[in-house]
Design a protein around this ligand. Structure first.
Ligand SMILES: [Fe+2]
Ligand SMILES: [Fe+2]
Length: 195
């Protein structure tokens, strides 16, 4: 079992953009929770992939990130979306190489990072866990607070969007259960039925 904290610390510089330093730790915890249900999944790969999947945003101008990557019409297929994936592969490879990981391990991690937002289908069980954990943080109070601003929506508009647009995209049954439970809690905390 590898030490995921070392990877997180090594990527710290890249976490200080687009609130990755909030998104990544929360999503990491969901990834580990999901992996507990799937002992056959490679936890080392899952952990490294969720920690590094979004570090490519570091290479992109922050105004562009939000204007093109979140608020534009076809934002999930925008240029900056593809760019953060390819930059993530590049920077992720650098981080893992510096820490001495084997090429085979790095390839497995990058196979998940590559296309993580723009692909329609998951490539493996590990990929399913990472893709779901990547979305699950948004259902928390913190996730709604942060991401509603990215999309220029009110918290309750964003909660509604999570329900209609994001829950159907979750792959694993455990993820759907967690998402619905977290969303209920978040909506209650934010008085989303009133505001
Ligand atoms: Fe991403
Ligand atoms: Fe992400």
């Amino acid at each position: 079992m590898i030490e995921h904290g070392t990877i997180l610390k090594s990527a710290e510089k890249y976490m200080r953009t687009r609130k990755n330093d909030v998104h990544i730790p929360i999503s990491y915890s969901y990834a580990m929770k999901l992996a507990d249900n799937y002992p056959e999944a490679d936890r080392d790969v899952v952990g490294a992939a969720i920690i590094l999947h979004d570090i490519g945003w570091y290479s992109i101008d922050e105004e562009d990130i939000f204007k093109k990557g979140f608020q534009s019409k076809n934002f999930m297929k925008s240029d900056v979306r593809y760019l953060h994936e390819s930059e993530g592969v590049k920077l992720g490879t650098e981080v893992l190489k510096k820490l001495g990981y084997a090429d085979e391990f790095i390839e497995k991690v990058c196979y998940i990072i590559d296309g993580h937002d723009t692909r329609d289908e998951a490539r493996s069980l590990e990929d399913k866990i990472v893709r779901d954990a990547d979305k699950l943080w948004r259902f928390t109070l913190t996730g709604v607070s942060v991401a509603s601003d990215w999309f220029k929506q009110t918290p309750s508009q964003y909660c509604a969007r999570l329900e209609t647009d994001i829950i159907p995209l979750l792959d694993l049954p455990e993820s759907k259960e967690m998402a619905m439970a977290d969303l209920e809690e978040t909506k209650t905390a934010l008085c989303a039925d009133i505001l």
